[in-house]
Design a protein around this ligand. Structure first.
Ligand code: 8OZ
Length: 364
């Protein structure tokens, strides 16, 4: 299993030339400075994982109001840009590629994390039954306020600024995080979006913000360096929609014709089984998008090979396995044993559970 191994068939995802299809999923690690500047050790962490076909950075807030958890990184100040530069350089020096995942959490935040103790923003003033991670540990998220039209215009400017900062830091592209119940998802799904203006009601209106974000970031990066992440099963952060097939069908379709790098879909949220009818829904939706499709969620080497060989996905993004196995593609290639991820060190802390997972001994 070398050249024939579908995991190692190169893939052109827009302008991103991926030497293999074992991609690193975005992974929140909560190890940045309080101002959102990444720490130096992040360069070691990402460089260790540079053999991934593509690295998607951990979710990175586009603005102070886009932050929802303690010590997540940002990409909107000079300090952030300077902090990310050596990380991107380290990945490139290791022969890898890295895109920056642009993130606005919307209502999944807490007043203690936001400037001047402001309330989080969302499509509608509906508090999520969800928790976030603050200086005091896990806390219920705060009550949000609805963005007004000026607030939406400002948020779009923030996406453009963040994309410019990502470009200045040297990233190979960006991924727009429109999944997992964060701001863009809060506009897409009608369980949360109860607006009566041009950003709510019809599917055309609920997909407007995502379209406008893509317009803005594609003014900064060419579209073939821009990916999008969606989670049509709505399994995270108290999301719901009255007709997910219609809503996400429209979301998938609006990506066609833009020449984007890829669509990245969370098909299974960790710890939740995907029912047969949800799998069927994912398959029907899959047929609506005509570009490169990345699957994510509880794949292993065998199921990834199967899905790629069957043409169900073009590539697979791995999360937990990449936390514990910096050389994951090589381990999959030779069928080596995997290190076990330690959940206690996923979020926050230092180098332990971050940069100290061993690679295979090169002598073997
Ligand atoms: C885990 C913990 C905090 C945030 C996501 C950015 O679900 C996240 C996230 C995951 O997309």
């Amino acid at each position: 299993m070398t050249e024939q191994d579908v995991l190692f068939r190169p893939l052109a995802a827009g302008a991103l030339h991926l030497p293999n299809r074992v991609l690193m999923a975005p992974l929140t690690r909560n190890r940045s400075h309080p101002d959102g500047t990444p720490r130096e050790m992040a360069a070691t962490y990402y460089r260790q994982r540079a053999s991934a076909g593509l690295i998607v950075s951990e979710a990175t807030q586009i603005s102070a109001m886009g932050k929802g958890y303690k010590d997540t990184p940002g990409i909107y100040t000079d300090s952030h840009v300077e902090g990310w530069k050596p990380i991107v350089e380290a990945v490139h020096a290791g022969g890898g590629r890295i895109v920056c995942q642009l993130w606005h959490v919307g209502r999944i935040s807490h007043v203690s994390l936001l400037p001047d103790g402001r309330q989080p923003v969302s499509s509608s003033p509906i508090r999520a039954k969800a928790q976030t991670f603050t200086a005091n540990g896990f806390e219920d998220v705060s009550e949000p306020v609805a963005l007004d039209l000026d607030g939406i215009a400002k948020t779009l400017d923030d996406y453009a600024t963040a994309a410019k900062c990502a470009r200045a830091a040297g990233f190979d592209g960006i991924e727009v995080h429109s999944a997992n119940g964060y701001l863009l998802d809060q506009f897409l799904q009608d369980g949360v979006n109860h607006r009566e203006d041009e950003y709510g009601g019809s599917i055309e209106n609920r997909t407007r913000l995502l379209r406008e974000v893509l317009d803005r970031v594609c003014d900064v990066f060419p579209a073939d360096r821009v990916g999008v992440r969606l989670s049509p099963l709505g399994q995270a952060n108290d999301m719901s929609d009255s007709d997910p097939e219609a809503t996400f069908g429209a979301a998938y379709r609006l990506l066609n014709g833009r020449g984007l790098a890829y669509l990245h879909v969370i098909e299974q949220f960790f710890g939740q089984d995907t029912e047969e009818d949800d799998k069927a829904l994912l398959r029907r939706l899959r047929g609506l998008f005509d570009g490169v499709y990345i699957g994510n969620g509880s794949y292993d080497a065998a199921t990834a090979r199967q899905a790629i060989a069957a043409g169900e996905v073009d590539a697979v993004a791995f999360g937990r396995p990449f936390i514990a196995n910096p050389d994951l593609p090589e381990r999959y290639r030779i069928g080596a044993q995997l290190n076990t991820p330690d959940q206690d060190t996923f979020y926050g802390g230092g180098s332990e559970g971050y940069t100290d997972y061993p690679a295979l001994d090169p002598a073997h």
